[in-house]
Design a protein around this ligand. Sequence first.
Ligand code: GLA
Length: 726
Amino acid sequence: MPINYQSESKTFVISNKNISYSFLINSQGLLQHIYFGKNIGSFDYSSLIDLGWDWTKTYLDKDDIEKINNDYYNDRSLMELSPHGCNDKRGAPIVIRYSDGTRQTNFKYVSHRIYSGKPILTNLPSSYGAQKDVTSLEIVMIDDEKKVKCLLTYSIFERLDIITRNMTLSPIEDSGIKVLRAYSMELDLPNSNYDLIHFCGDWCQERYFDRTVLHDGTIDISSNYGRSSHEENPYFILADHDASETSGIAIGFGLVYSGNFSFKVNVSKWKTTRVLFGINDEDFEWNLSADLICPEVVMSLSLNGFEGLTHNFHDFVRNNLIRYKNKDVKRPLLFNSWEGCYLEFNTQTIIDYIDSAKTIGAELFVLDDGWFGSRNTDDRSLGDWYINENKINLQKVIDHCHQKGLKFGLWFEPEMINPLSDLYKKYDNFALGSKKTIRSLSRHQLVLDTSIDEIVDNIFYQMCEILDKYDIDYVKWDHNRSIGEHISSRTNYGEVYHRIILGTYRLIDQLNKRYPSILFEGCASGGGRFDLGMLCYFPQIWTSDETDPIQRLFIQYGTSFAYPLQTMGAHISKNKMTDYLTKGAIALFGTYGLEMNPCKLNSRERKQIKEINKIYHRYHQTVISEGDFYRLLSPFETNYCSFMSISKNKRKVLVMFINILKENNRYRFLKLRGLNPHKNYRLKNDGKEYSGAYLMEIGINLTRWLEEFTCLLFILEEVHKVGGRE
Ligand code: GLA
């Protein structure tokens, strides 16, 4: 059984063949953490929770002033749900303000149950799994004041080395209780010799890899932008100092949430580490009159470095998170109009684009921004989701597209409003912020207050009018600014951020359910909302507005740690100086598409695009979309970047190698990983046969002149033996 309760020692063990996670109920009814690591079978954990000699214990025991357990002291013990307002100053996951103003928060065990399957969260995105694959543990805890119930849920996805945890707080009696902090996860570790790896950046620089050594005190990483943000991502890793791609212990943490998040990593004076992860508590004050469901945290532990974590997370996202009904069907080769014509088009321009896009292999044509309201410039019409008839005859365009055999997609930015819009003229209080003070514009727009049902419904019905009337196969869902002033006309200040994202989830969920065949792609000025929450609704997300392939190396490299290639929108675009083969080789390691003025392509460029398309059609589904991904060389550490993806059956392989600065004929070999050492592979580039063992131990010979940005794409296929045996 993957989850066991040993009643004598009151110990829970959550484990599979690789990993084990355990904690106990101590004599005070608190949950005390024991171990998270490699599964080493059962062991005597008493030495793990031995606190050594402690004057407080001796003193208190001697005088019998307070009963304390030999193995627990709240300043030093490892906890699962530590109390707030006591000796433990490492930071507690939950802080409640009671009606008398006190905040001492302490939850004690009441009951538990273990069952097969995985509960789905209401109103929040969450993972799913079949009963045979997942086992769950629910623990009911009640606070000392007997006013709040806390339901902690753990689920183990046995085949993936993944454990999820989430938490729901419910009022036992409604007596003016405010929740000031509700982190979904606390993990205490007995040591502090770890590195923290997080993924940070900016617009056009999303999810850059950053590694730092933990130090005494707290590292606090968060987003308070109202979305998961370009600046930080709700995914991070704690790893041994010497952990690498292929070795060492690494623990990955992801939050299934798209709003403000925070993770705190505290190293105490005792050199223990506490990790908290969940909704950012900045400006958070929740009136606990009904359940507060907190987002799910996904944890994985790898005994073989970052690569193991990546494989676990990629499989988990593909199989247990994305809900889109056609998620396992090959995605159509997408052409997007944005970088070709921006807002400057008319019916004829788009018809010409469609004709031309067809000739370079497009299967889905996406009309980006500019088709609605009076959107001829980017300062107007967000909120007016009806056709800009002076500019475009949408029916004609869609008919033409379908006649040509292409699917058709449309851009929306549903959560925004321009002051220059019909919606704003009618309802200026739909925007967040107070007109009495200031509402800062960004890209000429304000954020709609999706914490209010009526506003969500307004946008929902407007979108339905378009999606019901026209035959639309794809929607690009954009979000082009972060939240500034977060004052709502109706929602309490401390609840706005979270309720905004709940409203957004409701809007997307309703549309997903009403149009289950539409492929939704997420976007937020590129990759400003690339997270596990959005992936529940959007099976792919535009990774970044940066389409320069060299910059993209860094972005796709960082993004790949948690998120599978099939979720990363990556296009060959007109931008920057490399040729289309280089752009294509990098875009192939994502959800491949095209984005330029197709009418202006010369014959060489067309030829190059078609060459890449062929590779896409032959290898995308099995190798990129469903396969295992390896980061062979890091652009953050070397002059090179190399990606490799291999089909699950280990027969087909794509490898991209690129250098950044020019190099002469230096002696160098590129070692592959994940091949079958006993099989032979034909390297299509030189026509020669190599064994898997050779390619992994010696590698592909790259001793050659490399101009700056020389990009090589290697294709390997397993050699089938004569007689059909492989
Ligand atoms: C954002 C997106 C782009 C494009 C524009 C349109 O910046 O990231 O891809 O859709 O909006 O305004």
